[in-house]
Design a protein around this ligand. Sequence first.
Ligand SMILES: [Zn+2]
Length: 126
Amino acid sequence: MPETAGPTAQPGSPSNPLPLPRDRKTLARYYRGERLRSPMGGFLEVLGVKEVEGGGGRVLLECSTSSLRYVLEIPKASRAERAQVKAALEGGRDPVCPRHGPQQRLVRSGKLWVCPLCGVPFASQR
Ligand SMILES: [Zn+2]
């Protein structure tokens, strides 16, 4: 594959984080608020959460022992999750994250309601 000029960033460096496996277990731990174990040993500290185009989220993490950077891709909202949040908004209740549970409120980001921990928009408007 043709690479454009310039040195390729080291895998695991801040500009080229390593992808974590997108398995159910890893995601379930993250949604429960548990610290994730690093593939290098130690734990992963959350550095930040971003929205990505298309409705998913990206969590940037740093390994506490190796300082390598990892990224966890968060799947976009399902139809059922969107319906749940829409019902809350229409019922005048505070919208909460369907994955993180009732303690985690969604926040406004422009026209969207986003979970600050998932980076995922679960509803728009209102
Ligand atoms: Zn969430």
